[in-house]
Each structure stands twice: as structure tokens, then as C-alpha cells.
Design a protein around this ligand. Structure first.
Ligand SMILES: [Fe+2]
Length: 181
């Protein structure tokens, strides 16, 4: 089973009048939104799919200078294993997944707000990568990183849901929207 699947969704997640944030902080910035920013077709699809919308995150990723951070997401509830992602902007980027040496030291960053477990990159082996702009079904529970390889802002737009599905269950749940198995 792969860690990333292209989805046949023909809408953009955000309303047409949405303005992307520009923080100019020279580092990645996480922005959190509720359902009011969703486009009408996105809301309709979520209803049709049986998913229960939780939040929309935007990772504002300024580009060159970013280092690879191999991590597992633990957003609010670690039982959620998947996300639906779009990469928006001019940046060249790469999404990567890794096998990690089980003896690797794990550091949990930001444990209260947006916890994620970070692995030592030297303990990792690259097993899969994708440069799809999306939408993709994305395994957030397997060690991964997304790097912007350009100096244009990449916006990582990611839908998160209340559904407590394992990665395998989420692939089955959304299988009719997956382009290549
Ligand atoms: Fe992540």
C-alpha cells in the first residue's frame, strides 16, 4: 500500500475570494481555518463522501533554506491518520515518506498546540516520493516530509477530519475517488 494517492476531485478547497496569508517570517507558518473558508463544491463533496470536516490548515512554506523535517503528524488527536492535500503556488516541492530505524530517537515538538513527532534524518530511508500538486490522499501517520525546493511560497492546503480511520481504512473509505491504486 502506498502513502499517497491522487484523487479525482475537480474542485479547489478554498472559496474564490480567499486571500492566502503572507507572513514574511522566513520560516514555515501554520494557519488554521474553520469551514467558512471552504468552497461550495468542497463542502458538497465532503457531505457526499461521508467525511466529517474538522479543520483546514495552510502551511505557508517560504522555500529555499527549508530543511527536511521527517515527522508524524499528531494533530489534536493521534487517531487520525490521513489528510487530503493540495500544493498551491509556484514552488517546486517534493513530498517524501520514509522507513525509520525503530531505535531512532523521537522528539515531540509543540505538544500542546500542534504536536508532531520528529525523527533524526540519519535514521531514515526514503521509500516513496510524489510531486503531485494534488489533491492527494496523504498518509500523515507514516514518517514524511514536504520540502519546498524553490524560493516561491508554497501553500500546503490540508483538510483534516474527525473520522477516526486508520490509513488503510481511509484508503478503502475513499477508494472510489482514488485515481490509481
Ligand atoms: Fe505532516
Amino acid at each position: 500500500m502506498k502513502n499517497c494517492y491522487n484523487l479525482s476531485l475537480d474542485f479547489m478547497p478554498l472559496r474564490e475570494d480567499f486571500t492566502f496569508p503572507v507572513s514574511n517570517l522566513g520560516k514555515r507558518v501554520l494557519h488554521v481555518y474553520d469551514k467558512t473558508v471552504l468552497s461550495a463544491p468542497c463542502k458538497a463533496w465532503i457531505r457526499e463522501s461521508g467525511l466529517k470536516f474538522q479543520k483546514l490548515f495552510i502551511f505557508e512554506d517560504p522555500g529555499i533554506g527549508n530543511i527536511r523535517i521527517v515527522h508524524i503528524d499528531g494533530v489534536e488527536n493521534r487517531s487520525k491518520k490521513f489528510a487530503i492535500n493540495w500544493n498551491i503556488g509556484n514552488g517546486k516541492f517534493i513530498m517524501e515518506w520514509f522507513d525509520v530505524n525503530p531505535a531512532s530517537t523521537v522528539i515531540t515538538l509543540d505538544p500542546d498546540k500542534h504536536p508532531y513527532d520528529v525523527f533524526n534524518e540519519s535514521d531514515t530511508i526514503l521509500i516513496e516520493s510524489s510531486a503531485s500538486v494534488g489533491p492527494v490522499l496523504f498518509n500523515t501517520s507514516s514518517p514524511h516530509s514536504v520540502m519546498n525546493l524553490d524560493n516561491n511560497i508554497r501553500y500546503g492546503v490540508t483538510l483534516r477530519f474527525f473520522n477516526e480511520l486508520s490509513w488503510e481504512e481511509s484508503v478503502i473509505f475513499l477508494s472510489k475517488y482514488i485515481i490509481e491504486k
